[in-house]
Design a protein around this ligand. Structure first.
Ligand SMILES: Nc1nc2c(ncn2[C@@H]2O[C@H](COP(=O)(O)OP(=O)(O)O)[C@@H](O)[C@H]2O)c(=O)[nH]1
Ligand SMILES: [Mg+2]
Ligand SMILES: [Zn+2]
Length: 333
């Protein structure tokens, strides 16, 4: 077992040296309800985390998730205990929908979706579900994570003019490569090859039914992950991926499949908009007032760009909406 192929790097090796002797580094490849599957030098193990870790965790974000590197103490029966989580190189999180209340006041709660991801594939369908505003939301989530993003527009076969959609997405994703494909045909996934490298971790992100598991299976060359039937009524796939799992790809690299999320509330701060709305952020520098909110202010370079059609009205509207969501989140944290 070569841990480097699973993403082990000096960043984690240095941390592991400070850990107690006798514990082994391991990567979490699957999360179940009460246990995890991890990979370590001795192979796969089923592990739990210690009660001390559960009690010591201030928030859910301090508990292990798929992609984490942890220190485990293996037991002879193929089981083991997680004793520590190594610091994450990146992590992406959402604000949990059922907001927790503490003393009658709403408190935001962070759910880490996956850890130590280098590249996120934001997958979106080119069917009736195609929605530029949702792609902007996903890109903002990735913008705050420390990972890079690539946009994959799947189901090109269901779109009358995929080139037009591709061009539209390129406009709203100024910092990310954008591709379109029909993932059911694995040959159409070749555009991903330059993004795959041994030890590099990718994650699939996108609504249920957009074809995430189909992409994974196409890359694996086998039907490892169950794929949802499309119901005739709404054209959406059923929820078939129920847990997160990390797979090693034959082309090199590691891919995390995610169950689709019905609601994606942002977790982060206003800084997260810098990447996903880099065009607006750059124009801000040219506004007359340095604290311009791009709403009604005179001499606003952003409003001017909307006026001349450089930025759509809808994009600016979504920028304001996501910014307000992040500001209100900061207040509740
Ligand atoms: N028409 C079409 N259907 C696709 C394509 N890719 C996936 N599907 C179908 O979309 C449905 C949902 O796919 P799945 O991979 O389970 O989506 P996930 O929920 O994102 O993992 C399945 O019925 C797939 O066969 C594609 O490129 N074109
Ligand atoms: Mg799936
Ligand atoms: Zn302005």
């Amino acid at each position: 077992m070569n841990l480097d192929d699973w993403g082990w790097s000096p960043f984690f090796a240095e941390q592991s040296m400070l850990q107690q002797k006798g514990y082994l580094p391991a990567r979490i490849i699957r999360g179940e309800k009460n246990f995890f599957r991890v990979l370590c030098a001795e192979g796969e193990l089923t592990v739990r985390f210690t009660g001390r870790m559960r009690h010591g965790a201030g928030t859910r974000a301090d508990l292990p998730v798929v992609g984490d590197w942890v220190m485990v103490q293996p037991q002879p029966d193929g089981r083991g205990m997680i004793h520590a989580i190594l610091e994450r190189k990146s992590s992406f999180a959402r604000n949990l929908p059922g907001r927790r209340k503490i003393k009658g006041r709403e408190r935001a709660e962070q759910q880490v979706i996956a850890a130590n991801v280098d590249l996120v594939l934001v997958v979106s369908g080119l069917d009736r579900d195609f929605n530029l505003r949702r792609i902007e939301r996903y890109l903002t989530l990735v913008g705050g994570s420390g990972a890079e993003a690539v946009v994959v527009l799947n189901k090109a076969d269901l779109c009358e003019n995929p080139q037009r959609c591709l061009a539209q997405v390129k406009e709203i994703a100024p910092k990310s490569p954008v591709y379109s494909c029909e993932a059911r045909d694995p040959r159409q996934l070749e555009f991903l090859l330059p993004h795959l490298q041994p030890g590099r971790t990718l994650a699939l992100l996108g609504s249920s039914g957009v074809g995430k598991s189909t992409i994974l299976n196409g890359l694996l060359g086998e039907q490892r992950q169950k794929i949802g039937e499309v119901s005739q009524a709404d054209g959406k796939g059923r929820h078939t991926t129920t847990h997160r799992e990390l797979f090693q790809l034959p082309q090199g690299g590691i891919l995390i499949d995610n169950p689709g999320m019905r609601e994606l509330h942002l977790w982060g701060d206003e800084e997260d908009l810098v990447e996903s709305f880099s065009d607006i952020e750059e124009l801000s520098g040219k506004c007359k007032f340095s604290d311009c909110r791009h709403q009604v202010e005179p001499g606003c370079a952003v409003l001017r760009a909307v006026e001349i059609g450089e930025i759509t009205h809808e994009r600016l509207g979504n920028y304001h909406k996501l910014k307000a969501e992040l500001t209100s989140l900061q207040r509740r944290r």
